[in-house]
Design a protein around this ligand. Structure first.
Ligand code: NAD
Ligand code: WQD
Length: 352
């Protein structure tokens, strides 16, 4: 592969929250993108929105990664330089109730994808992993040498997939992978055209706060006010999804230029408490967020934030947007699309 040449990239799960933002970042950097998605947790309307943002249509193939024949067809019709693999089920609670579904979708889907890549001799992979592989970390900030210790079936699928990919890197002399461990991605593209669109009651903090601000939910429940943190609420490393998306393009560049594999944390390196996030959101949105402090959520830990030094050093990547930017862009997406992708949007320009 020539170093600076545009790459042809298959984006598995590219209709989803993070994958759609990665498509924008890839197209903006001149790469060609084909999305593969089964739309299990996304809408086809994303593709039109992507076209409006990037100014060019994005080819999309509806396929489930567990469909081996479908993948073979896809790889025989295109010559890809690299794959970005976002396609997974990701709800921690649901994974505890339906572990087999998670193992099947995430692990079997990944094995199929890796086999199809091997068959087609596509040797570059950028993989969505998660800080969940650290479980309850022994110390913060969490660096990549921290003990891996998953606490739920979703996390186990991420750890197994990391290991499968690592084994393939060892076995295939030409295969290179970037394993990216995301901390807490939030926010939305500044256009307000794409963003996170959870089905049902949101599990995660930012979408829940957005829905309270929009009047779709009455009050936020803050899970625990007695953690050993400065204000007693849980601390996490929130990062803007557009910063996260740009890390994927940097990782792709790294795989091509350096011809080496890597595993890195992606976060800001700064912990933000639930109350800090709520107050930042109130400030930028002008909306009041009523809340109750309730019992801790089982399985939650007090404080997790990244040491992103390795990503800074190897990828030359660092986050540029802060918690106010994240809240403002999440709110813009929510207020322009009160029912997510189910409703026509009111369009604004992409100015911050
Ligand atoms: P998402 O659900 O919005 O996107 C995943 C996409 O993959 C969806 O469009 C879904 O339809 C598709 N998909 C799922 N299974 C598939 C299959 N078998 N075949 C084809 N398509 C399939 O999730 P997201 O938040 O964009 O997350 C993307 C990746 O990042 C996931 O792997 C997730 O585990 C990981 N991750 C997410 C977070 C987070 O907080 N959002 C944090 C850490 C890691
Ligand atoms: C953040 C903080 C909650 C909701 C999860 C997954 C993780 C990763 C990202 C995929 C915590 C508190 C939340 C609410 C609250 N996903 N909270 N009220 O738990 O850090 O990570 O998403 O890989 O695997 O576990 O994120 O947004 O759910 O919670 O008080 O209604 O907000 O207790 O302190 P979490 P979150």
């Amino acid at each position: 592969m020539a170093d600076q040449a545009p790459k042809s990239v298959l984006v598995c799960g590219g209709a989803g929250y993070i994958g759609s933002h990665a498509c924008v970042a890839l197209v903006e950097r001149g790469h060609r993108v084909v999305v593969a998605d089964n739309f299990a947790n996304s809408s086809q309307r994303v593709l039109l929105r992507l076209q409006r943002i990037t100014g060019s249509p994005i080819e999309c193939v509806r396929v489930d990664l567990r469909n081996r024949a479908g993948l073979t067809r896809l790889f025989s019709r295109h010559r890809f330089d690299a794959v970005m693999h976002f396609a997974a089920l990701k709800a921690v609670g649901e994974s505890c109730v339906r572990p087999l579904e998670y193992f099947d979708n995430n692990i079997c889907g990944t094995i199929n994808l890796l086999q199809a890549m091997q068959e087609a001799q596509v040797d570059r992979l950028v993989f969505s992993s998660s800080a969940t592989v650290y479980g309850d970390p022994e110390r913060v900030p969490v660096d990549e040498s921290s003990r891996l210790d998953v606490t739920n079936p979703y996390g186990r699928t991420k750890l197994v997939m990391e290991q499968l990919i690592g084994d393939l890197c060892t076995a295939r002399a030409t295969f290179r992978a970037a394993i990216l461990r995301y901390f807490n991605p939030v926010g939305a593209h500044p256009s307000g055209l794409i963003g996170e669109d959870p089905t049902g009651v949101p599990n995660n903090l930012m979408p829940y706060v957005c829905q309270v601000a929009a009047g779709r939910r009455r009050r936020l429940s803050i899970f625990g006010g007695d953690y050993p943190t400065p204000d007693g609420t849980g601390v996490r490393d929130y990062l803007h999804v557009t910063d996260l998306a740009s890390a994927h393009v940097s990782a792709l560049d790294y795989l091509v230029r350096r011809d080496a594999s890597l595993t890195v944390n992606l976060g800001t390196g700064r912990g933000v408490s639930v109350l800090e996030l709520v107050h930042a959101f109130e400030e930028v949105s002008g909306r009041h967020i009523p809340y109750d402090i309730v019992d801790r959520r089982p399985g939650d830990v007090a404080e997790v934030y990244a040491d992103p030094a390795m990503a800074n050093r190897l990828l030359g990547w660092r986050t540029g947007l802060d918690i106010r930017d994240m809240c403002r862009d999440a709110w813009r997406w929510q207020s322009l699309n009160p029912a997510g992708y189910e409703e026509p949007t009111r369009v604004r320009t992409g100015k911050r």
